[in-house]
Write a protein that binds this ligand. Structure first.
Ligand code: NAD
Length: 286
């Protein structure tokens, strides 16, 4: 690693945010007598989802946020799932709702997404929240790109005028990431599975953000000297968690880089906590 390469430590920054949130939660309890609450809707038996939910609950617990899992059977009908969601939408004690994807095949994801109360939609799945993001409005944005933006801010990384390539164009990471960057006046290219020559974009970029779910997709020859590289990918290879970037070689060229694990992942959870508390405050104010 060149001496100057900065490791963008999402774990440390996430812990700083968690400390702040813990104090805010205590204040809400002392002054308003309320405890922020997150509900996670889960249907089926996906082991990866289960372990992620456990992690989310453990961290909620650490900062004093109440969390519940609405654990539904894998064969639940769409109608019953929508009824559960309706209860959560109307429950004044619930500040945030997460729908754990993928949902079972018999349930129409789109119908569910459009049925979440946008004010409790912390993943910003609902078209209302995505629309607000397009016009740089005030609404929830998906926690992972929000966490990447927080990381840029915490490390004082300027985005205005920078050439940025986002690799990946999912609704939950790549597209909102690109919009958040555009809203800060970065010049943004978005690459995806059908992009003819991803390297021709990444090699010209000041910042490369990768969220593809493909180990070693971004190699050292694909980044320019001094670039900032953010790896959102989470992949399991030979029992180890790795990102989408060839970290060992890319860090030799980058001026700053996120590790996996310990980069974008912990920031995602920090944003989830922050947004749950914000929703609680907003609900108290209205
Ligand atoms: P997705 O499967 O919905 O989207 C993948 C995107 O990558 C698509 O836009 C696809 O076109 C693109 N892509 C795939 N192969 C490509 C290639 N060879 N070249 C260029 N583009 C390619 O995935 P997602 O939900 O956006 O997640 C992406 C990755 O980020 C996954 O590894 C996921 O586990 C991870 N993730 C991490 C966090 C976190 O908290 N750190 C949160 C969400 C997702």
């Amino acid at each position: 690693m060149s001496e100057e390469t900065l490791i963008l430590d999402g774990s440390v920054k996430s812990k700083e945010i968690q400390e702040e949130i813990k104090r805010e939660v205590e204040k809400l309890e002392d002054e308003e007598g309320v405890v922020p609450k997150l509900s996670i809707v889960f249907a089926g038996n996906n082991p990866a989802s289960k372990s992620y939910i456990k992690l989310q609950q453990r961290i909620c617990d650490k900062v004093g946020i109440e969390s519940e899992v609405v654990d539904l059977p894998g064969d639940i009908s769409e109608e019953d799932l929508l009824a559960e969601l309706d209860d959560l939408n109307n429950d004044d004690d619930v500040n945030g709702i997460l729908i754990q994807m993928p949902l079972p095949d018999q349930v129409d994801d789109d119908k569910v997404i459009r049925s979440i109360d946008p004010d409790k939609d912390l993943d910003a799945f609902h078209p209302y929240n995505i629309g607000e993001l397009v016009i740089d409005g005030d609404a929830y944005v998906p926690c992972t790109p929000e966490g990447v933006m927080a990381l840029f801010d915490m490390y004082d990384i300027e985005l205005k005028g920078k050439d940025v390539t986002v690799v990946g164009h999912s609704n939950i990471v790549g597209k909102p990431m690109a919009l958040l960057l555009l809203n800060r006046n970065a010049t943004v290219s978005v690459c995806h599975i059908d992009t003819k020559d991803t390297a021709s974009y990444t090699t010209e970029s000041d910042i490369v953000i990768v969220a593809a779910g493909v180990p070693n997709l971004i190699t050292a020859d694909m980044v320019k000297e001094g670039a900032i590289v953010i790896d959102v990918g989470i992949n399991e290879v030979d029992g180890k968690i790795v990102g989408d970037v060839d970290f060992e070689n890319v860090k030799e060229k980058a001026s700053a880089i996120t590790p996996v694990p310990g980069g974008a992942g912990p920031m995602t959870i920090a944003m989830l906590l922050k947004d749950t508390v914000q929703s609680c405050k907003d609900m108290l104010a209205n």
